[in-house]
Unconditional design. Structure first.
Lengths: 266, 208
């Protein structure tokens, strides 16, 4: 299956990755504070080894999978993806990771499953931000099963060939490049297969502003700001705004939403 | 100096006031010019991190709000602590306005950039509308922060300058509204602003 990652010459120019410094110093990870520099400052306290991911729900082989156990079975490759935050900024990140579909197959998805729910670790001793109830912890996200199984959807374990830093979601996080960044949940401890749409944190906090799907869509404004354009991080003080692309430029996912009104299912 | 009344020991606030009386106000304006220059320099040389536009925008807005809060602290400090900073209040207010104007300028020129989107944002985005309203209220205050206007307007000057109360509340609400979720820092600012404005409406009690 061709992923078209570098096969789109028009987009090649915009796929120049951001610096490691930018990627690892400008983060939203509210478990460590709401400032962009809080994660880089405080995420060091998160113990990522040992790490286990509970995979439960409608799977054939539920259980606690250790990070090492998972990694021994997965094929890690580099994926250079645009990353578009719902706050209308963007970056390009060279992730290292494996396809989520492979992990799901490891656990064996049962036929009735329709959705995948994810949860981030909650550790008040290691995560100073969870003492404030900015969100209803644990941070939760979810995908429809076909979105989760799409070959573009990965679990990232590295950036620039190095183990992923804590502030970026160590030891493993989701990356769904055609959705707003908050869908790409970090530091995952639980994956649940269900037949019901899982609750997701930002949707629970403010359903009017954050839909379950949250596909990048320049035509659907966030109630508080336009999503038509974005500021590319790394361009300095005088960086020009760029047009935001439908599905963040990943048009190959469009068939997943055939027949759906994306203004309703935003 | 010969004491005309019975000698009494100067209180701490007397001593503070005595020192303050000797401090000229003009250096305050000079010092106030430094943070924007420093921030701009940092932004140009990578000192403001990955997103210097947002950092500059946020920092100028927050400094403006802090100085408005400082200007509203002058009266309660005099009333409840006996410390007199009245001479500095104009400088605090004008510098706050200057910072907030820069905050707006950064938003217009560096952040949103696109004129049509700026207009849409002001009308359609409540947090922008609220922030703009607060700024507009401050304009007549900045324009009349001079001795000539005080003489000319007389009593009306006092009333006009009460506009700072709605303005600071709008500014703090703007901050609460623009962040994602209920964040602590903007709520602390809002609480402080409500307290400072509320103090104005405490009944004044007379001794005896």
């Amino acid at each position: 299956l061709g992923l078209g990652l570098t096969a789109q010459p028009l987009l090649a120019a915009s796929l120049e990755p951001n610096s490691y410094e930018d990627i690892t110093s400008y983060n939203n990870f509210y478990e460590f504070g709401t400032g962009k520099d809080d994660p880089a400052r405080y995420a060091g306290s998160l113990k990522t080894s040992p790490w286990t991911v509970k995979i439960d729900g409608m799977v054939d082989r539920p259980g606690d999978y250790s990070f090492d156990q998972i990694m021994s079975k997965m094929t890690v490759e580099e994926r250079i993806y645009r990353f578009r935050c719902v706050e209308a900024w963007s970056m390009v990140v060279p992730w290292n990771g494996f396809e989520l579909a492979d992990l799901l197959d490891m656990a064996g998805v049962q036929s009735g499953a329709k959705y995948v729910g994810f949860e981030t670790a909650v550790r008040p001793d290691e995560m100073p931000g969870v003492r404030a109830r900015v969100l209803d912890w644990p941070y939760r996200e979810g995908l429809r099963l076909d979105e989760a199984r799409h070959p573009l959807t990965i679990m990232a374990t590295g950036i620039y060939g190095k183990p992923i830093p804590n502030q970026n979601g160590a030891p493993l996080r989701l990356v769904v490049p055609w959705k707003y960044g908050f869908k790409s949940i970090k530091s995952i401890v639980r994956i649940t297969l269900t037949d019901k749409e899982p609750k997701t944190s930002w949707n629970m906090a403010n359903a009017r502003e954050y839909g379950f799907y949250s596909n990048v869509n320049p035509e659907v404004s966030h109630p508080r700001w336009s999503q038509a354009t974005e500021r590319r991080i790394g361009g300095g003080l005088f960086a020009k705004r760029q047009d935001t692309l439908m599905f963040n430029g990943y048009d190959e996912v469009a068939p997943l939403y055939k027949g759906m009104d994306l203004k309703t299912y935003f | 100096m010969t004491a005309r009344t019975a000698p009494r020991h100067p209180t701490l606030s007397d001593q503070i006031n005595q020192v303050l009386r000797r401090v000229p106000t003009w250096p305050v304006y000079l010092i106030a010019a430094l943070p924007p220059v420093w921030l701009l320099y940092s932004g140009l040389t990578g000192g403001l991190g990955a997103d210097p536009i947002k950092a500059l925008e946020r920092e100028m807005g927050e400094l403006g709000l802090k100085l408005l809060i400082a200007s509203l602290l002058v009266t309660p400090l005099r009333r409840f602590a006996g410390i007199n900073l009245l001479r500095f209040r104009r400088a605090l207010g004008l510098i706050a306005f200057f910072y907030i104007a820069l905050h707006l300028l950064v938003w217009l020129v560096l952040d949103v950039q696109i004129p049509s989107q700026i207009i849409v944002d002001i009308i359609k985005r409540p947090y922008v509308t609220v922030g703009m309203a607060g700024f507009v209220l401050l304009v007549p205050l900045a324009l009349t922060s001079n001795n000539w206007s005080i003489r000319k307007l007389g009593r009306r000057w006092q009333n006009l300058h009460k506009l700072v109360y709605p303005a600071i509340l709008l500014g703090a609400v703007h901050f609460v509204m623009l962040v994602k979720g209920w964040q602590v820092e903007p709520l602390v600012y809002l609480g402080l602003c409500i307290l400072l404005v509320g103090l104005r409406y405490l009944p004044r009690r007379r001794a005896g």
